[in-house]
Design a protein around this ligand. Structure first.
Ligand code: GLN
Length: 478
């Protein structure tokens, strides 16, 4: 598929119209999505109708963007990958990011599959379908934005939006070989994003190139009066960071991120990428993020606590699947939630309710908040010495479907390198940095993670683009 930049150029030269692009996408989806299962639904006619009135002079004029099925688009279903909402809920309004996308001329097209309510790392928790990794369809595409990553990688989308609470943009991007950027908390509006953990959630771009990530981030960033955590600061011109050189940029290598548990193939690939950054003029500096070992535990207390309160709104009164034959109102809530939520969602509601309950609140929730502060301080101190931090995105390449689905702890550990950025509120990007070389399996994509200071998305774009331009990974066709 053309990139956003290429597509815009074909519109400008008159070689293609947005209608052509949507029809081509739709045909490709018809041909390949039966196997990939990246989309929950898509409405070609609605997108074609929108394409007729689009202003091609706008920054994303006529560009179709796939949307993770947790972001409200007016008039379209929004299932959140859950039986609770499955095709029974139609979004009554556009999310903040969708309003901004439309203002930039983009056309939301297709609802991308995800783990139920964004809880998971493989999309196996979707109640609707399990998405397959386009590089090896016996493997997971990552999660929770696995559908968004897979459709970009499988040439079924130009670009997509995902959401990242603990790694859900960067991890699937790494495992599917595309670019995924998690903005700083507060950079992008969360209005109309169905909430998982409100102090951690951010929406961000998933694209074929870093240049496209800059364009899409530009379009969705900025203040939204409907989200009080979304900052008012001016949005920098992200595309101006594309093409800047990185001489003298100090890149921190946290020793805790290259320790035990990191797959040798991933380690070698990421180390080669860091050597490449060095050859481009960056200066590697060894650093320490000493509280890393507590990040998974801290995240799974805070995220589940917030999820348990956020998901209390699903009562099946105004929307969602209502259980039949309830005896009374309380029974209706109980049965609807029992029948509507999947196992992982229930596990998290129970865990979250427990850590917030009186008697355990201080021991778990309050303690986790204190450790969160220490994790944030680790980053503040590191960023006094370095401009960016580089690391792997995931400890292993894409694993087999079913391999970890009965072991929640193993699944949670897959987030070890990504969740700290959410706890600290900083920004991060995953950029493709090569493939595994083992003879035991097909070549699988590996991602390089770059983490930046709060609101320094421009630095991520600068370094990721310099790296991308100096390699051929982005052009490696599926
Ligand atoms: N895998 C993590 C979890 O299950 C992160 C999910 C996310 O970022 N939405 O919570």
């Amino acid at each position: 598929m053309p990139t956003i930049t290429e597509l815009r150029a074909s519109y400008q030269s008159g070689d293609l119209t947005p209608g052509d692009a949507i029809r081509t996408l739709s045909k490709t989806i018809d041909n390949t999505d039966g196997e990939i299962k990246g989309y929950i639904s898509y409405d070609t006619d609605a997108a074609l109708a929108e394409a007729q009135n689009v202003d091609l002079s706008l920054p994303l004029g006529g560009v179709p963007i796939a949307i993770k099925d947790v972001i409200n688009v007016k008039g379209q279903p929004c299932t959140c990958g859950s039986n609770f909402l499955d095709q029974k809920y139609t979004a009554p309004y556009d999310a903040g990011v969708i309003k901004k996308l439309r203002a930039a001329g983009a056309i939301p097209f297709g609802r991308a599959n995800m783990d139920e309510f964004a809880m998971g790392s493989s999309t196996e928790n979707s109640a609707i379908q399990t998405t397959r990794n386009p590089w090896d369809t016996s493997r997971i595409p990552g999660g929770s934005s696995g559908g968004s990553a897979a459709v970009v990688a499988a040439n079924e989308a130009i670009a997509a939006l995902g959401s990242d609470t603990g790694g859900s943009i960067r991890q699937p991007a790494a495992l599917c070989g595309c670019v995924g950027l998690k903005p700083t908390y507060g950079r992008v509006s969360r209005y109309g994003l169905v909430a998982f953990a409100s102090s951690l959630d951010q929406i961000g771009p998933m694209t074929q190139t870093v240049e496209d990530a800059a364009l899409l981030l530009q379009a969705i960033s900025g203040h939204d009066a409907h989200d009080s955590t979304c900052v008012k600061d001016a949005v920098p011109d992200y595309s101006s960071f594309v093409g800047q050189d990185i001489k003298g940029l100090k890149i921190g290598l946290p020793k805790e991120y290259f320790a035990e548990g990191l797959d040798a193939e991933v380690k070698n690939t990421v180390e080669a990428a860091i050597a490449q950054l060095e050859s481009l003029g960056a200066e590697p500096v060894e650093i320490s993020l000493p509280h890393t070992e507590y990040a998974v535990a801290t995240y799974y207390i805070i995220a589940t606590a917030e999820a348990s309160t956020n998901l209390a709104r699903f009562d099946a009164v105004r929307y969602g699947r209502r259980a039949p034959d309830a005896d009374n109102l309380i029974d209706q809530y109980r049965r609807s939630r029992e029948q509507g939520f999947g196992e992982e969602v229930k596990r998290r509601i129970i865990l979250g309710t427990y850590v917030l309950s009186s008697g355990y609140y201080d021991a778990y929730y309050l303690q986790a908040q204190k450790v969160r502060t220490l994790i944030r301080k680790d980053f503040t101190e590191a960023f006094e010495k370095v401009d960016l931090i580089a690391s792997p995105v995931t400890p292993t390449p894409a694993f087999k479907i079913g391999e970890k689905s009965n072991d929640p702890m193993a699944m949670y550990l897959a987030d070890i390198y990504t969740i700290s950025a959410n706890l600290a509120g900083i920004c991060g990007i995953s950029v493709p940095c090569g493939f595994t070389q083992s003879d035991d399996h097909k070549p699988l994509p590996v991602g390089l993670q770059l983490l930046g200071k709060p609101f320094a998305e421009g630095d991520l774009i600068k370094a990721a683009h310099a790296y991308e331009k100096s390699t051929t990974w982005q052009k490696t066709a599926l």
